[in-house]
Write a protein that binds this ligand. Structure first.
Ligand code: ADP
Ligand code: MG
Length: 606
């Protein structure tokens, strides 16, 4: 009796399965495991993850790795997926200062325009000029109120900016009520003597004037040209409870314009498209270009820099010259990304139209033989590089109950969405399309301005709920779930992720409905489009109606909503589509590893 291992090294995950073969050649699968791939796919660094995966799988059946007779690893396609994001519409960054924030307790309501004057300089104030007085936290609220009350008799004081969180305390003591913005950390950065506008919203509302370019224009008396330049500032102040906008002298305004740029497709024909045309147009031009040899961008533009960086990054990883690296496919997605506003005194950002891009990079043949040799050396076990990834995935997928030939598979991975069709006579057509799970996580992170990719990954994977009392929560689909025991108070009022083992509190303060909408939209934009592109390419006569069955495999096929989205889409073509269940137990995972073992045993008997 021999023990055989199949090992699939993916961009993200290394999967292992173990089968035993008796003397008559009958095979039985015993165990499997899955580990994060160590290093870039196709490099010697992968061996650590492979050995670890083998150890775990063998341990599960109470055996040692040394008892293996053979390890089969995949012949990886020489393509690697990478994702990048740029705000590649034209960005205009204007050097104008502003503060917009949600202090917990601003005071007064309304707006005011005036000249900035520090409190310690009030004696230099002139009558007839409206002033906005700035007070640092050196002064107590009592002394601030007292000073303002006494000067208010001589000077026109129309508003205040405080460093401390004391707006209400000051306002209560003022004889004439004025809007006060507090908790402004860097008051010393506010230049004296220039015009500023402040606004405090009524309780439960948000500001109206300073979040509107024409509102700023009205308060600060801007002309049409200046108004255009404050638009990003207005956008970034939407939804705030209070704000300050300072008019900087426009001779000093620096503008930094980086055009979005053209994308050049080099293929059966040569085409180009401007990024401003949007993702749909980019993808349309790409599909008209036919087979692609390389994709590049206009130099000195946002998209040019982005595509150059992808090639450079990949070149460093695979130790090839950037000029040798070819991009063979991209997926462009319209999105929104936060852009830092120059001149913001508290790191404010505004959401700008952006394009996210995933690219498929063609490298030299990946040196799987080298990995095989390294494994042999370290484990003293025979290692065979066997079979093309997509073919193996098809073989593995066929172990899903209810499938038959011809069969189409969609491998929804981390970096790429791959498709293959396997016929009755065993011939296989395959393709690799840029963009999959990693792009989805990246887009979720930027559109929701999340602090880490990890949170974005978790939002991608688990449904949401809002804990409305200690006894119940509202699920994202509207249903109410009651707890048998009251839950810990820390969950109260929070949006949580329903991880199977625990509830994860989302620290970022974003409404549940918005997260759900962004999450679903992003998944559709990436997976529905890519599934279509990939299947059309492998379908007989490039017609989806010639496909009957599609089995979904790979890490992203575990997604709780992507398979349903695809099922719905393919129902229009009368295609049976569903999540695979490899060997009736693995779900959509382990297809390639399983296929590797099957193909080895099949070969022996042919
Ligand atoms: P590869 O074959 O390229 O190594 P995988 O098939 O392992 O890739 O897929 C990795 C992707 O699957 C990652 O983007 C990961 O976020 C995603 N993924 C893993 N588990 C889940 C899940 N439960 N729901 C949604 N996506 C998942
Ligand atoms: Mg894979």
């Amino acid at each position: 009796m021999k023990l055989i291992a199949g090992v699939d090294i993916g961009n993200s995950t290394t999967e292992v399965c173990i089968a035993q073969m008796d003397s008559e050649g009958r095979m039985r699968f015993l165990s499997s495991s899955s580990r994060a791939t160590t290093g870039t796919k196709g490099t010697i660094a992968n061996t650590a993850g492979i050995i670890n995966g083998l150890e775990v799988a063998m341990e599960r059946i109470g055996k040692n790795v040394k008892e293996l007779s053979l390890i089969c690893i995949n012949e990886a396609a020489p393509v690697i997926g990478d994702t990048a994001m740029e705000t590649i519409t034209e960005t205009i960054i204007t050097e104008s200062s502003m503060i917009g924030h949600n202090p917990s307790t601003p005071a007064g309501a309304g707006q005011a325009t005036g000249t900035i004057l520090y409190m310690q300089h009030l004696e230099d104030g002139k009558t007839g000029i409206p002033y906005i007085v700035v007070a640092s936290s050196k002064y107590s609220y009592e002394s601030i109120a007292e000073t303002i009350n006494s000067y208010a008799k001589k000077l026109s004081i129309v508003g205040m900016i405080l460093q401390a969180d004391e707006a209400v305390l000051v306002e209560n003591r003022l004889e004439q009520k004025i809007p006060i913005v507090d908790e402004v950390k860097y008051v010393e950065k506010i230049p004296e003597g220039i015009q500023a506008a402040i606004e405090v919203a009524l309780v439960g509302q948000s500001i109206r004037m300073l979040s509107n370019p024409y509102g700023i224009a009205t308060l600060l008396k801007l002309d049409a040209n200046e108004t255009k330049k404050v638009t990003p500032i207005a956008k970034s102040l939407i939804g705030k409870q209070s704000a300050v906008v300072i008019k900087t002298p426009f001779e000093h305004v620096k503008e930094n314009k980086l055009p979005a740029g053209e994308i050049y497709f080099l293929g059966d024909s040569k085409t180009s498209v401007n990024v401003d045309a949007g993702a749909d147009k980019i993808m349309e031009v790409l599909s008209q270009t036919g087979k692609i040899n390389d994709i590049s961008g206009q130099s000195g533009t946002n998209v040019g820099n982005m595509l150059r960086n992808i090639k450079k990054g990949m070149g460093e990883l695979t130790k090839e010259e950037a000029s040798e690296i070819k991009i063979t496919d991209i997926l462009a997605v319209d999105t929104l990304a936060p852009v830092q506003i120059f001149g913001a005194l508290a790191g404010e950002t505004c959401m700008e139209k952006a394009v996210g891009v995933a690219a498929m990079v063609k490298t030299k043949q990946l040196p799987m033989e080298k990995i095989a040799e390294e494994l042999k050396k370290r484990l003293h076990i025979y290692v065979k590089v066997a079979g093309v990834e997509a073919v193996m995935a098809s073989l593995g997928a066929l172990t899903t109950p209810g499938t038959k030939l011809p069969l189409a598979i969609l491998d929804l991975g981390g970096g790429s969405t791959d498709a293959a069709i396997i016929n009755e006579n065993g011939s296989v057509v395959t393709t690799h399309k840029a963009g999959a799970g990693e792009l989805v996580s990246m887009l979720i992170q930027t559109e929701l301005s999340l602090s880490t990719r990890h949170i974005a990954e978790e939002i991608k994977k688990y449904p949401l709920a809002k804990v409305e009392s200690l006894y119940h929560m509202r699920l994202e689909n509207g249903a109410i779930h009651f707890f048998e025991e009251p839950i810990e108070p820390k969950y109260f009022g929070n949006v949580v992720l329903l991880h199977p083992d625990k509830m994860i509190i989302l620290e970022d303060d974003i409404p549940m409905e918005k997260i759900v909408a962004v999450r679903r939209e992003v998944k559709k934009k990436v997976f529905v489009r890519n599934a279509m592109r990939a299947l059309i390419e492998v379908a007989p006569e490039h017609n989806l109606r010639n496909i009957e069955n599609v089995v979904l495999v790979g890490g992203s096929a575990q997604d709780f909503e992507v398979p349903e989205m695809l099922m719905e889409e393919f129902a229009n073509y009368k295609i049976v589509c569903g999540r695979g269940n490899i060997r009736a137990i693995e779900g959509p995972r382990n297809a390639v590893a399983t296929g590797l073992v099957m193909s080895y045993i099949g070969e022996r008997h042919d």
